[in-house]
Design a protein around this ligand. Structure first.
Ligand code: G6P
Length: 615
């Protein structure tokens, strides 16, 4: 989390830095700040205000600097913060300065040995202005500086443990920036007479699509005319320039009130982008996959690991893979898996799911399992991301940039790719016949239309949201795939509307949570998994008997539940195994409109960040 941007060129830096931060706000928004070097002096401006519909740290920073116009200089660094060490205040905001005013730094990640370093520096007389772990970097630079910027950077970095992407400016080296990467994302942008670094490509694409991916431990020196990348030992490294495909248009709101609504509406297209290139006629084809048919036949266990919504996409995948491939699948939260001494053999396939490709726990779980011999297949949206580079094979979502913190098209394209893998593997393993395979492929081809229809047949979802927006506690219930979808529906609602919401397997409700059902309590009941419809109906009756109001989620044309429901959300009819996308889309819309009704900051929910690069 936290976003950093650096610029050096001929234009005024501050407006460019602010624009970059605007695109990285999804990474955290507890504070925003910038430092610009001009004529041998560094100016720092910071802001830290709680996010509301009208204001944010970045809006305040923009106001304070008059859109950047009142900060002169053409070389600078900037930061948008998700607080870890130290409260969200102005003094804890980045950039941090060295005592002598020579260095300003921005940092994303966690310096794990900062307590020891801080103590050492305090004993040497350095005064700290913040409670952050990051500030030690500024003072170390001052301590090691003897006129050679690069040497000071190297000596400083040699003292750091943990994860860090750093941007550094020095008043004695006009026009020069250093960028350092260790386990936190950082990308360099190569322009004409100007160069950049940023936490991700969305902050760069309005200036350049030519980027350089740094490896962990590498660092770079940027001037307007040059980018030099170094290995940790200081030797120069030849790097390739990659061209990114995303453009500014795909990273802007395009007329929608929120990125989240835009991204919900983009899902048919995003899913099409994910599946079409992998369909050749009626065959699923994964080009360049190193996993052979023999490997797939040999798999005796699949572990899916991820965090948040990505793990809930994995839950859908679990039901479908088990049903079609007859391989046991478990979905493990990455933060747990990494420390669980996982049992892995060379017949274990690890499927890692991550929209950003940067989630720290997911990356660590991957490394742990890979070291124990698992083959790793990634489902990842961001090309060239840290996790993508660690996988043996990657199925990229090709969903385009996702800006709203709450994922939508990231999740549905993950589900679509899990479907494709399940059907592909089932064919290779011979667990489905030719006819079933053709039916499954047809169901996959219909997914973009399913996502579109899910929007079209629910014109009243905003009205339904208006009816229930003030609920304090909400339960989502479902069975089998419906349960997997209810996890995501509930999380979506909770994260953007701040209403307390829980998802339960419908059969489990009576083992505790039913004690919380009383008059007027909203229960969202997903009843699309036909095989278990009657069981769901019984569970609905149980909660209704205790006074609950029921919002049923049911297939279009299926009116069996109507007599037991107060309201209904409709889901396009689909193949029993492949209906999750059509189910989740109206739940995303429901969450969106409930949050809107509550006046919440939808794209940037409080306390959250999109890319969680700390443990
Ligand atoms: C954060 C985001 C979620 C996301 C999760 C995993 O919590 O707010 O939307 O599902 O991280 O992120 P990843 O990038 O690994 O999919």
């Amino acid at each position: 989390m936290c976003g950093i941007v650096g610029f050096t060129g001929a234009e005024q830096a501050a407006p460019i830095l602010l624009e970059g931060l605007r695109r990285l706000e999804y990474r955290g928004y507890d504070s925003a700040g910038l430092a610009v070097e001009n004529g041998g002096r560094i100016t720092v401006v910071k802001a830290s205000v709680p996010v509301t519909k009208e204001d944010s740290s970045l809006i305040t920073l923009t106001r304070r600097t008059d859109d950047g116009k009142n900060v002169p200089g053409t070389c600078g660094i900037s930061h948008t913060r998700w607080a870890t060490h130290g409260a969200p205040t102005d003094y804890n905001s980045h950039p941090h300065m060295s005592c002598d005013g020579r260095f300003a730094i921005v940092h994303n990640g966690i310096i794990e040995n900062y307590v020891t370093l801080r103590q050492e520096l305090v004993e040497k007389g350095y005064e700290f202005a913040s409670e952050t772990d990051s500030e030690v970097v500024a003072h170390l630079l001052e301590m090691y500086y003897e006129g050679d910027f690069k040497a000071a950077v190297m000596k400083t970095v040699a003292r750091l443990e943990g994860a860090y992407a750093l941007g550094i400016v020095c008043s004695e080296h006009p026009g020069t920036l250093y960028a350092v990467r260790m386990a936190s994302p950082l990308i360099l942008g190569a322009g004409k007479g100007e160069n950049f670094f940023a936490s991700d490509v969305t902050a760069l694409v309005s200036h350049t699509r030519n980027v350089i991916y740094l490896e962990d431990g590498e660092f770079a020196c940027l001037t307007p005319e040059s980018i030099t990348v170094y290995a940790p030992d200081g030797a120069e490294v030849e790097k390739q320039i990659s061209v990114v495909e995303w453009d500014v248009e795909t990273a802007s709101k395009g007329g929608y009130e929120h990125f989240m609504l835009k991204e919900i509406m983009e899902q048919p297209k995003a899913i099409k982008n994910a599946i079409d290139p992998r369909l050749k006629g009626s065959e699923i084809v994964f080009e360049d996959m190193s996993l052979t048919d023999e490997d797939i036949k040999n798999i005796d266990r699949i572990i899916i690991t991820a965090c948040g919504s990505a793990s809930y996409a994995g839950q859908v995948g679990r039901y479908v893979i088990e049903k079609l491939c007859r391989i046991p699948v478990s979905v493990e939260l990455a933060s747990e898996l990494r420390y669980s001494d996982p049992i892995i053999t060379d017949r274990t396939l690890l499927i890692v799911i991550s929209q950003s490709g940067e989630t720290a726990d997911t990356k660590a779980a991957l490394e742990e399992c890979k070291a124990r011999g698992a083959k790793v297949l990634g489902i990842i949206n961001v090309v060239g991301s840290s996790i993508a580079r660690l996988c043996n094979d990657v199925l990229y979502n090709w969903a385009g940039p996702e800006i709203a913190v709450a994922t939508t098209k990231g999740y549905t394209t993950q589900v679509a790719l899990l479907y494709m893998f399940a059907v592909y593997a089932a064919k290779v393993r011979g667990t489905i016949d030719r006819e079933e395979y053709a039916t499954c492929v047809d169901a996959i081809k219909a997914l973009p239309e399913q996502a579109q229809r899910a929007v079209d047949i629910n014109p009243d979802v905003a009205k339904t949201a208006k009816k229930y927006y003030d609920q304090e506690h909400i339960f989502f219930i479902g069975r089998n795939i419906d349960y997997a979808v209810s996890l995501e529906g509930s999380l979506k609602l909770k994260e953007i509307s701040y209403l307390h919401s829980e998802a339960y397997p419908a059969g489990e409700l009576k083992h505790g949570p039913i004690a919380l059902i009383n008059d007027g309590r909203l229960v969202v009941a997903l009843c699309c998994y036909d095989e278990l419809f009657d069981k769901m109906l019984s569970n609905i009756k149980e909660v209704r008997a205790r006074g609950a109001r029921v919002l049923a989620v049911a297939a279009e044309g299926d009116d069996r539940v109507l007599s037991e429901a107060d309201d209904v959300i409709r889901v396009p009819a689909a193949h029993e195994l492949f209906g999750a996308i059509g189910e989740v889309v109206p739940l995303q819309l429901f969450a969106y409109y409930v949050a809107r009704e509550n006046g919440c900051s939808i794209d940037k929910p409080k306390n959250l960040a999109k890319s969680v690069t700390v443990e």
